[in-house]
Design a protein around this ligand. Structure first.
Ligand SMILES: [Zn+2]
Length: 210
């Protein structure tokens, strides 16, 4: 085992010295961490659109979504504003239907793989709306919602798949009710009403990586 010499702040927090014959900032695979129901690797931005889960609720469902504002434009910051009730809906015609909408998700994964957490996992984020899974309604009560910045008609980035895989792994490890068989798309729990994450989301790639 090479001697630990330095910290890698950006990636894995571990680094090994040249004397071990390894690059100075050689990184081990990153393992994300959850502390107090927050993902340490995510930028924490508080959304007011949250509430307590029912006292009997067990977190046992992961819901995958996509979102972009305006649709198909990335990196605008408008999704973050929407989730914080700070979006000026008068600035773009596509935003008119969002006026007064109060929504959020636990996580947003941006195109570069960056993670933003809006709601602690033990709290209810408002991502699923009218929904049902295995005969149980109101999936927000017992689910964690992850939004991928994207659309139904565009492929997601390698960085997004990596962040999604890494965050899913730590969620499954941390919440015993979650496992690979309890991961669905928004379209699965709100059929006819929602289509995301859409046909361009590669479920096989995602689930095989877990
Ligand atoms: Zn959705």
């Amino acid at each position: 085992m090479p001697k630990l010499q330095t910290n890698c702040e950006n990636y894995c927090r571990l680094g090994y010295g040249l004397s071990a014959g390894l690059p100075r900032n050689y990184c081990v695979p990153m393992v994300m961490q959850i502390e107090q129901h927050r993902l340490i690797e995510a930028l924490q931005v508080n959304s007011p659109n949250q509430s307590e889960r029912p006292s009997t609720a067990i977190i046992n469902l992961l819901v995958i979504h996509n979102i972009s504002l305006p649709p198909g434009e990335f990196g605008t910051g408008y999704v973050r504003q929407l989730f914080c009730n700070e979006l000026d809906c008068s600035i773009h015609p596509d935003f008119a239907g969002l006026t007064g909408l109060k929504v959020s998700s636990h996580l947003l994964i941006e195109r570069n793989g960056g993670l933003i957490q809006f709601v602690a996992f033990d709290q209810k984020a408002w991502h699923a709306g009218i929904s049902e899974f295995c005969g149980i309604k109101d999936c927000n009560d017992f689910s964690i919602g992850i939004e991928l910045e994207g659309t139904d008609s565009e492929t997601f980035t390698d960085e997004q798949y990596k962040s999604l895989k890494d965050s899913t792994r730590v969620l499954i490890k941390h919440y015993p009710g979650l496992h690979a068989g309890r991961i669905v798309g928004h379209s699965d729990i709100a059929p006819g009403r929602k289509t995301d994450p859409g046909p361009c989301f590669d479920w096989q790639r995602y689930l095989d990586a877990l």
